[in-house]
Design a binder for this molecule. Structure first.
Ligand SMILES: [Zn+2]
Length: 568
């Protein structure tokens, strides 16, 4: 394998959340938290990084919800966008831009992208038969069609699936198909659409995939399984009233399929960011310069679109776009041993969580439990234990004890500590934590956040052990110089712990960073300062409790709520 390319800058994206509801824990563990942690790690190291996202706002589920609520699709997505944005902010997601696909800049960007492929003659036109509702004078998406199931003879089967017997269906198989909204009968009519002939790009895609043996196993396996067959044509356009209109004559009522335009949303959002910077062309550096590394964070249900489809579209464009250098896809997060289900409301929703708890404990618990290589499980008991035992006892107490001690006995200044006074115990403790910091960085670079957090936890244990063994609470009475030296050593351990914890629990560590009297901004190259010794004599800030304990009753209420949902 050749040496990995050194890039000048990194463009990170998280899958665009669908604006049909709120964010839940499964979303956070999939595409959002890992990306935010990675981005914060890079920013801390002073590396050039841009973090882009936005909400995905077109498609049938949006129109269905809007019709049910009696509002326009635009009203619905604007409301949900505002709510999602607020939740993300509360959770500490540090996007550089969070846009909407229903904005003009996205219409413009995706239409021009489509026309580029169209004008090269790369898209294929095909005519198919689809259900048309004469009463509403429009073609209907599968979800708007109901009829009797041909397999189990039950009425009310949906156009794509029968809920009764679980068969997945094509709407043309339904007996007596009709419009869900007004029960009127339907007729089959011909409609013409544009398709992306993926098979024509298959050799290039297979080479692209083969050139990235470092990708996660789940991503490589998915790609490998698709390459066993010839890739099918994918429709790029459809008949629907809510979407980006196809910019061609005689295409009234035709819009882009969401999967076609949504990934282009990353580009639109970057363009919007560039315009906001007052440098509208600045987006090109992030999308068209081969010195930029593009990384898509997604859940496993999105691998096809980010590892095959979108790269194919980018490769096909006449301008030289870069394609993803990595697609770190996560598996799924279960809840209390069960699959999350938004239709049964069996989920933990971020806005509700944030009403009761702060962001750091959830970020920490999820980071320790990320479904990086297999499905993982979130339990409220586990959340309690991670907060009380790890954040509280392992990290919070150590930080609190050291600051309290220094303020009480050394006037809040880092006590005298020096190389000359180093014992084997001191050296060993510093070397252990230093080694953990190096392991941490190496794992972070490879998107192995769970392993990085394991190193961080280990460093916390080493710090506690050193505190107990060097025993400044004893030497205070017998040897104040030795006591001060030990505390000076622990301050060095704390600054390294602060670096390791910061991307995961940013709210708490921004405080610790300032208590340590750091001069640089943590997120603008703080790492360089954090790996250097904090000299004796520096004035430290006053600490407060970082990670309050949770009580059993608080957690039990959440468990009971979920149990109630399961019982229903
Ligand atoms: Zn059925």
């Amino acid at each position: 394998m050749s040496t990995p390319k050194k890039f000048q800058r990194t463009l990170v994206t998280s899958a665009l959340p669908y604006a049909n509801g709120e964010i839940h824990l499964g979303h956070l563990a999939g595409a959002y938290l890992p990306a935010d942690i990675f981005v914060r790690f890079l920013r801390m190291q002073g590396r050039d990084v841009l973090y882009i996202c936005g909400s995905d706002e077109y498609g049938v589920p949006i129109t269905l919800t809007a019709e049910k609520e009696g509002i326009s699709p635009k009203e619905l997505v604007d409301r949900n966008y505002a709510s999602i944005k607020k939740s993300f902010e509360g959770f500490g997601m540090s996007f550089d831009n969070f846009s909407q696909t229903s904005r003009e800049i996205h219409t413009e960007t995706s239409q021009s992208f489509f026309m580029d492929l169209h004008d090269q003659g790369l898209l294929k036109q095909k005519t198919t038969e689809q259900f048309f509702s004469p009463s509403q004078n429009r073609f209907l998406a599968d979800r708007y069609i109901e009829g009797t199931c041909p397999k189990c003879d039950t009425a009310g089967a949906r156009g794509d699936q029968c809920e009764k017997c679980g068969s997945s269906l094509d709407p043309t198989e339904l007996i007596d198909p009709h419009n869900v909204l007004d029960n009127s009968p339907l007729e089959l009519r011909e409609t013409t659409h544009w398709f992306l002939p993926l098979a024509e790009w298959q050799p290039r895609l297979e080479k692209y995939s083969a050139d990235h043996p470092e990708w996660k196993e789940n991503v490589r396996n998915y790609c490998g399984s698709w390459f066993k067959d010839t890739l099918a044509d994918r429709a790029a356009t459809r008949d629907l009233g809510w979407g980006v209109p196809v910019p061609l004559p005689d295409h009234e009522g035709k819009v882009f399929y969401v999967w076609f335009e949504a990934p282009i949303g990353y580009i639109s959002s970057t363009r919007e960011w560039a315009a906001d910077q007052g440098d509208p062309e600045a987006w090109r550096k992030w999308w068209q310069d081969p010195d930029t590394r593009l990384v898509h964070f997604i859940g496993k249900d999105n691998i096809f679109f980010h590892a095959l489809m979108f790269p194919a579209m980018l490769m096909a464009h006449t301008e030289d776009y870069i394609v993803a250098d990595n697609v770190p896809a996560n598996e799924f997060l279960n809840l209390e041993g069960q699959k999350l289900s938004t239709s049964r409301n069996f989920a933990v929703w971020l806005p509700e969580y944030l009403e009761k708890f702060s962001a750091d404990p959830l970020r920490y618990t999820l980071a320790r439990n990320l479904p990086e290589t297999r499905d993982m499980n979130f339990t409220w008991e586990g959340f309690l234990a991670r907060n009380n035992n790890e954040l509280g006892n392992n990290f919070g107490n150590l930080i609190n004890r050291v600051f309290t001690f220094i303020h009480k006995y050394f006037e809040g200044r880092v006590p005298e500590w020096s190389e000359a006074m180093m014992t084997d115990l001191d050296r060993q403790a510093l070397a252990d934590v230093q080694a953990d910091l190096e392991k941490y960085s190496a794992h972070m670079e490879k998107f192995e956040i769970k392993a990085a957090m394991e190193a961080c936890f280990h460093a916390g244990q080493a710090g506690n052990r050193y505190f107990d063994e060097s025993a400044p609470f004893k030497t205070r009475k017998t040897d104040l110089v030795r006591c001060g030296h030990s505390l000076g050593v622990i301050v060095q351990i704390l600054r390294m712990l602060c670096l390791m914890l910061a991307p995961v629990v940013p709210f708490g560590m921004e405080k610790v960073w300032s208590w340590l009297g750091a001069e640089t901004s943590l997120w603008q190259g703080g790492w360089d300062e954090g790996v250097k010794d904090i000299p004796a004599g520096r004035q430290l800030g006053k600490q407060e409790i970082l990670f309050p304990r949770f009580e059993e009753e608080q957690i039990q209420a959440e468990i009971d709520r979920l149990k109630g949902l399961l019982a229903e």
